[in-house]
Design a protein around this ligand. Sequence first.
Ligand code: ADP
Length: 635
Amino acid sequence: MSAQTETHGFQTEVSQLLKLVTHSLYSNKEIFLRELVSNAADAADKLRYKALENADLYEGDGQLRVRLVVDKDAGTLSVIDNGIGMTRDEVIEHLGTIAKSGTADFFSQLSGDAAKDSQLIGQFGVGFYSAFIVADRVTVRSRAAGHGPDAGVEWISAGEGDFTVTNIDKPQRGTEIILHLRDEDNEFLDEWRLKQIITKYSDHISIPVEMWEEGTPEREEDGETIAATEGQWNAINKATALWTLAKSEISDDEYKAFYKHVAHDWDDPLIWAHNKVEGKQEYTSLLYIPSSAPFDLWNRDNQHGLKLYVQRVFIMDEAKQFLPQYLRFVKGLVDSNDLPLNVSREILQDSKVTQSLRTALTKRALGMLSKLAKDEEAYQTFWNQFGTVLKEGPAEDMGNKEAIAKLLRFASTHTDEAAATVSLEQYVERMKAGQDKIYYIVADSFNAAKNSPHLELLRKKGIEVLLLSERIDEWLMSHLTEFDGKPLVSVTRGDLGLDDLSDEEKAEQEKQEEASKPLLERFESSLGEKVKAVKVSHRLTDTPACIVADEHDMSSQMIKLMQAAGQPVPEVKPVFELNLEHPLVMKLADEQDDARFDSWAQLLLSQATLAERGSLEDPSEFVSQLNALWLELSR
Ligand code: ADP
């Protein structure tokens, strides 16, 4: 076979990544070894899985391992595995492009500031390309399991614009990564240093990491003859899959190191939950909550899910079936004794075992979050990163609605800060005597919510209102109708049900309503078809009028969302509420001129609509109404 050397350019994103790797990741260089050893362990896992069906793939060598070889004269460190290996096409694809979608967007966010970018890049995960943190040239020699010894391929790159690939003979299956270390990175030629890094990050991956130990010749010591020893490969890590150990045998640092291996994350996790379950269902799970969101959390086809093992054998990555979407940020693994080894994604989909695992793991994940919630600061970190995702929960998972509701956090009139820190439990605890509802408002922004006229009376009475302003909030609240037996009520619709009025106050109110009937009717005839009804408002103090949604009508916020999504919106007429104590309204009650009353009524409705919806169907009508009145007043 001819060598067929070809030169390929890196995909643009890879070139950008490589630049960053060499310029931003100098503060924690040693992690390159963790990344390469992780890849080797993954390659071993993949081979074991494939060999379940075809044991010939082992080619008579089923002892999977990775070896580190140092050549001090040449200045190279090699990481050599006997895992699944790669074909020529795979090498070109995997080591020349980045398959994750949304990568281009991600790179457009980078600032050029090394410190900031290294943070971001940590969330992205550089994997193989981290080799260039310490090497100015990398040679990869690989041969895929099940292919002949002449099907090897050699990839060489200096980590700049391009790489070459050449066909080679490679009798041993697997992948060899040869790092030509930069002079200043010679510390990674020191065996003691390498051992230290492996113990730190890779002690509990599932295969041994081996180094060669030289033999010793026969010698005399204290008159005794000590026999010669042969050189041999020694494992320098424990190589027991971490999750199979008892919790009491595992330190926090080991849990953290293992997280970085499974999640390909650079930061420590916020919390983890490790459980072994025996009996009707037998499984071990190890779940983690990351401390920062991956760059593609909001990408439709973002890769997420747990690693699946069956009886310790790795089966697949990113098995989405074990957790609902709203927990897609949870990382980790599940090792089941009840699934067949030859399970496929399709079988998983409809398996009863999967269903019961999903139920159990969902409970575990929620339990882990409520444990995290006891540490306010850590929980705030979680909430800032993943709160919006968790808000999908009540709609997706009716069964756990109450548990999810407890994990939600809101901004509120009690704190008047944009940060969402208030829980429903806190709200309920400090409800006013006689208050039996939980009040909230959904608006376009925190300030619009905070300053909404709908809150005026509630503020005056000291009743707390939750302030919501994320896109998903209207959707969330349409599924979250009750908490702790108390209804959640939007302050922008229907009757607020503030029934804590004394009899006297009630009688006064009724009298007032009776007396204002003619005025309300006058408004009704002026506004006609534009409104559903005109009522006396019991929620305003400083604003003359507002519009509210009738009890069962769609809210303004929902209408806006549907319009933005280009969906047909049913015609919903608002209820127009008047603040009878406002001087403008009082003045209008005395207005004798019908035409002028009409103009004022229209103007008040337009104002109220603008305040509520942020836009008007016919803005120019509003402008001419306003100008006409102005002219008249200035005459
Ligand atoms: P990731 O591991 O996150 O997918 P990497 O950049 O580390 O990203 O690696 C890209 C791909 O290259 C891997 O998904 C894998 O298919 C392949 N690869 C890397 N290292 C090895 C290896 N030692 N053996 C086999 N394949 C490998």
